[in-house]
Design a protein around this ligand. Sequence first.
Ligand code: COA
Length: 259
Amino acid sequence: MTDPVLVTDEAGVRTIALNRPQKKNALSHKMYALMADALLAAEADSAIKVVIFTGTDDCFTSGNDLGDFLGTPPDLTASDRPPVSRFMFALLEAKKPVIAAIEGPAVGIGVTMLLHCDFAYAGKEAYFLTPFVNLALPPEYASTLLLPFAVGPKKASEMLMLGEKVSAKAAAKMGLITAMTATGGALKQAQKTARNLAAKAPEALRLTKQLLSMGPETPIARMNREGEMFATRLQSAEFKESVTAFFEKRDPDYSKCQD
Ligand code: COA
């Protein structure tokens, strides 16, 4: 039987590919468990710098496996988290950059996932659907907070209350994705961004991601928080390597920096 989630590592980039094309990559409990394991292992492996999520050639995901969710509904409030929550919390708490590459439909939690990714690229034919209300369900995993923040409250209402289909072009315009690519080009663009990120100072990236994903606070509180981090990082091996590389007119190499 074909593996429904494929994991490959190359040059510091882990790619987690959904591979259940006969069901439009509908996410079963088993797939969520495999995705959570692959992501948590990437977080724990210092050789992995960036994670990419992708689907198959013509589909990112049709969202939750509706058969699974009807037959064995997960308890999202359970302290012993079901696989879907284990995965979504791992994604929420990921410290390394995460990129999504989308071709074809991204439905339901397939869109929610994007809100927790740092970058998302979608081929021209990709589209986005959040039909929670059409299934008589409310949205999940902070999408009611993050989607209005990403695209504005009126567009978020169109998506979450009406379940309207959003094209890749519209998604790029409203800020749901980073950029639209040619059809079939999303993964290539994701890999390009991943290589770029993998060469950067890991701790500086980690802190930047942490700051970007924090909830709102007063400007003064944020300035103080950033100031503390900035002052600490001025003493770091990463910073010394960046400045040394600048004066030596070469690319920085952070592979030996231990901080
Ligand atoms: N869960 C379980 N099975 C699913 C599924 C899902 N979320 N989405 C698709 N499938 C299955 C279909 O039942 C069908 O199975 P079959 O061949 O045994 O009949 C197969 O995958 C192909 O789906 P189909 O609907 O024929 O593909 P399509 O290209 O015409 O449409 C979608 C693709 C994604 C637009 C459509 O399948 C869809 O709307 N799926 C449901 C999405 C959804 O509501 N997700 C939950 C959000 S919370």
